[in-house]
Structure formats: structure tokens, C-alpha cells
Write a protein that binds this ligand. Structure first.
Ligand SMILES: [Zn+2]
Length: 307
């Protein structure tokens, strides 16, 4: 479990990080945007607790954390908390500023592009794929296990705010990419994916021949057996095409020659970020909220890395 930036432990400040976060808040109050503030932090050598460069999503998450001001998740002071990075007043100003910035970009919010809706996010209770959704039209985007329906045995009980889920996953993916050998590992994963895509293309190209062979057997098969065989061949072709489309989103990843993956991530279009996450991660399991636990979003996810 990652510790919260700014603190060595509860109520005990990490002096450099706390100083950096306070200065970052001052810069935001002075009108700098999040990207400018992150660039300043990175230039000064400040890093997240994972050792990553700062990105706006992570800065937002850290500064929005109630413990920045020694508060609990309901906004009440935690007794005997100790030193805090921000005062409660500063913390409320930060939240108000972030809320104002969000309200100024309604269009961007409308067109929210989910990072994990190609089946990577899975309900931790029932294993069903989670879908991106808003509870109401102007609510924040979230991931949820869809309500159960006929022939869909999902539980519908697990939900997580999209920002919280995606920021946690992003942070862990970027940390993974900073490990020694990460670039080679990524290259190998991509090579495996390209090889699978090639095999699928050949398989798909052979479909016409398979249908023809099947038609030649029409007279020797009973009608029901022929229909079943034809359906199986069609289903196989459809699944192969879907899988190939999914793989091709990843094989296009424009990562060759990139040396600073964090920098790349910060300016990459959403489709490329999504591709990178798909290459690195097989599944993200989203756990149901335990009673009073999981204050930190990263405690609610389990990542299954591709090997
Ligand atoms: Zn479920």
C-alpha cells in the first residue's frame, strides 16, 4: 500500500514532500494550471511516493485527499492527527478550486473517455466486466458492475468513481514502467501481441475456405448438424475479428524510441494511453467497499499484470 505523499506516517510530515505540496497549492491559488504546476514540481526534482514524475490526475488526487488537512472522509478533524500538509481552510480552497475547474469544462466531461472499458476492469465480487457509466447525467463518470439481467449473471453491486480507479491504475502502470528492464519487458509483450495478431489474421483469411469445406458437406450432414457447424464457424470468425480489433489497438502503440515514458504518457492521446494499459495489464479487479476501509482508492484494486 502506497503511503500518502507529504507524510512519513500519519501526522508525521515528510518535509520535502509536504513543502512541495504546499508550494504546489500556492501556485494553483495564484492561477497556474495543474499541468504547469506539475511541470514545475518535476523540474524541481519532486516525485510522487512511487518515484514518478507528477501528472495532473495524481496531483489532484493527492491534494483532494482529506488527510492533507488531517480530516476524515466526512471532512471532520481526526483527533490527535498531528502535523498536516494543509490547513483545513487551504484544503477547502483547493477543493473549491478543483470543483470550479471541473465545472468550466463541461464538454470534456460529457465526452469522458474511459481507460478500462475493453473488459480490463472486472468486478471483484462476480468477475463480470465493468462498464463505464454515470449515475445521473451530470454525475461524475464511474465504473460499475452492471445490474443482473436474463443470461447476464452480474451482481450489480460494485461501483467505483472513474477518476479514483483510473488514477490508481495509472500510478501503478507508470511505476511499473520505471522499473529496470521495463522497456524490454514492454517490447516483448508487444512482440507477443503482434505475433498473436498475425496468427489471427491468417486464421480469419482462412474462413472462406472453411465455409466452402462446410458447404461441400451439406449433403452428408443432417440439417441440424449442418446448422450447428455453420453457426460455430460464424461465431469463431466473429470472435476472431473482435479479438484482432482489440489486439490491433495495442499493436499501433507509438512507443518505439520513447525514453521517458512518464513524459510520453502526459502528452499521449487517450487511445494510446488505453493501448499501453492493455499491453501491461491483463485485468484490474475492483473490490467492493469494505465497511469503513479502503479510504485510499489503491486499496480497492488488484492488478493482474501481463507476463
Ligand atoms: Zn459484480
Amino acid at each position: 500500500m502506497a503511503r500518502l505523499s507529504g507524510y512519513q506516517s500519519r501526522g508525521v510530515l515528510h518535509p520535502q514532500e509536504a513543502g512541495a505540496l504546499r508550494k504546489a497549492a500556492s501556485r494553483l491559488f495564484a492561477g497556474q494550471n495543474k499541468a504547469e504546476t506539475c511541470r514545475w514540481m518535476n523540474r524541481e526534482g519532486y516525485r510522487t511516493t512511487f518515484g514518478n514524475e507528477w501528472v495532473p490526475e495524481v496531483l489532484t488526487r493527492v491534494l483532494s485527499h482529506p488527510r492533507m488537512a488531517g480530516l476524515d472522509s466526512d471532512g471532520n478533524p481526526i483527533e490527535d492527527f498531528g502535523a498536516t500538509v494543509l490547513t483545513p481552510d487551504e484544503y477547502r480552497r483547493v477543493l473549491a478550486l478543483f470543483a470550479e475547474q471541473r465545472s468550466q469544462q463541461p464538454e470534456a466531461r460529457e465526452a469522458f473517455e474511459y481507460l478500462l472499458t475493453d473488459g480490463e476492469a472486472e468486478c471483484g465480487s462476480c468477475q463480470h466486466a465493468m462498464v463505464g457509466t454515470r449515475v445521473t447525467g451530470d454525475a461524475d463518470p464511474s465504473y460499475r458492475c452492471p445490474p443482473p439481467r436474463a443470461r447476464q449473471p452480474s451482481c450489480g453491486r460494485v461501483r467505483m468513481n472513474a477518476d479514483r480507479l483510473e488514477d490508481s491504475v495509472t500510478e501503478e502502470v507508470l511505476a511499473e514502467l520505471l522499473r529496470p528492464g521495463a522497456q524490454e519487458h514492454l517490447a516483448r509483450l508487444l512482440a507477443d501481441i503482434r505475433a498473436e495478431a498475425e496468427r489471427l489474421k491468417e486464421h480469419i483469411a482462412g474462413a472462406e475456405k472453411r465455409f466452402e469445406e462446410l458447404r461441400n458437406m451439406r449433403n452428408v450432414l443432417v440439417a441440424a448438424a449442418y446448422a450447428a457447424a455453420e453457426k460455430a464457424t460464424k461465431d469463431d470468425l466473429r470472435q476472431s475479428r473482435n479479438r484482432l480489433r482489440f489486439l490491433e489497438q495495442m499493436t499501433d502503440l507509438p512507443i518505439d524510441g520513447v525514453t521517458n515514458l512518464v513524459e510520453w504518457w502526459n502528452s499521449a492521446p487517450r487511445s494510446s494511453q488505453r493501448a499501453l494499459v492493455c499491453v501491461e495489464i491483463a485485468k484490474v479487479r475492483v473490490l467492493a467497499v469494505g465497511r469503513g476501509r479502503h479510504r485510499d482508492p489503491s486499496e480497492r484494486i488488484e492488478i493482474e499484470w501481463r507476463t
